[in-house]
Design a protein around this ligand. Structure first.
Ligand code: GRF
Length: 264
């Protein structure tokens, strides 16, 4: 038996992916165990799933933290180790359309919530952080404190569409409404962008004429529950390697992309 990895899971809602991961660990389809479950939402049903399995569960109530931070001067609330310029520079890699004042407020207030989340997480040492229906954007402040070895990213997310198509909050709905004949889900490493990180695995399903957005979502969730444990097990086996690729396109321009190689 390979040594079991410690998995931290962040959720915001139902936690069906969390349940699939817990079950896969218990059935040894993942050489690992869930060591904590955190949520930004105190009402997340996934918290009950964790407690039922005796897994430490905690809430970092983003809504109240963000509301309180609106009433205070930013410099009074940002974490000691918050480096605004560094975070701004990293974030601007992906969000060019922001005006600076909006970006400063957004990144500073989220760092307050993220500092509280990181503090709680240090109680439960983990090898891999899994976002499972976690509906908050993580900023470079948080990502850099988890991905301490840039060559070995360790934050995974699952998205309800075949990225790079249909990023955002309703992948299955967007896929269905577009009239696609195939839908799917994607597991990727988290980078500074939204749903833009290196892809680890994808699963696809056929969309039939009789399908509705609900049946499409149900097909997707069923595949998610297979895909996530498979991707986590690849990580547990040390078979995921992120490499930078540079491609020369037909018009001669160079196109760079970080991709995941699955080693044997
Ligand atoms: C899933 O569709 C997942 O792709 C997205 O959040 C949805 C709910 O996940 N990230 P869960 O039931 O809370 O695991």
């Amino acid at each position: 038996m390979a040594n079991r990895i410690s998995i931290g899971v962040l959720i915001s809602g139902e936690g069906t992916n969390l349940q699939a991961i817990i079950d896969a660990c218990q059935q040894n389809r993942i050489d690992g165990r869930v060591v904590f479950v955190g949520s930004d939402n105190p009402d997340a049903h996934g918290l009950d799933r964790a407690r039922k399995h005796g897994i430490p569960a905690f809430v970092i109530d983003y809504k109240s933290i963000l509301r309180q931070s609106k009433q205070q001067p930013l410099e009074d609330i940002v974490p000691e180790d918050f480096e605004l310029e560094k975070v701004l520079a990293a974030q601007s890699l992906t969000r060019r359309d922001w005006d600076k004042s909006k970006a400063v407020r957004y990144l500073s207030t989220r760092a307050v919530a993220e500092a509280a989340l990181l503090k709680k997480m240090t109680l439960y040492p983990f090898d891999l952080l899994v976002l499972a229906g976690f509906m908050r954007v993580l900023t470079p402040y948080f990502i850099d404190r988890v991905n301490t070895d840039s060559a070995r990213p360790r934050i995974m997310n699952i998205h309800p569409a075949l990225l790079p198509s249909f990023p955002g909050v309703d992948g299955y709905g967007d896929t269905y409404r577009y009239g696609c004949k195939v839908g799917g889900c994607t597991v990727h490493f988290v980078d500074y962008g939204e749903d833009t990180g290196p892809i680890i695995g994808q699963k696809a399903f056929e969309i039939k004429p009789q399908d509705t957005v609900e049946t499409v979502r149900a097909k997707g969730l069923r595949l998610e529950r297979e895909l996530y444990p498979e991707c986590i097990q690849l990580f547990a086996e040390g078979r995921l390697k992120v490499v930078s690729k540079t491609y020369i396109l037909r018009d001669g321009t160079r196109w760079k992309r970080k991709v995941v190689e699955i080693t044997h």
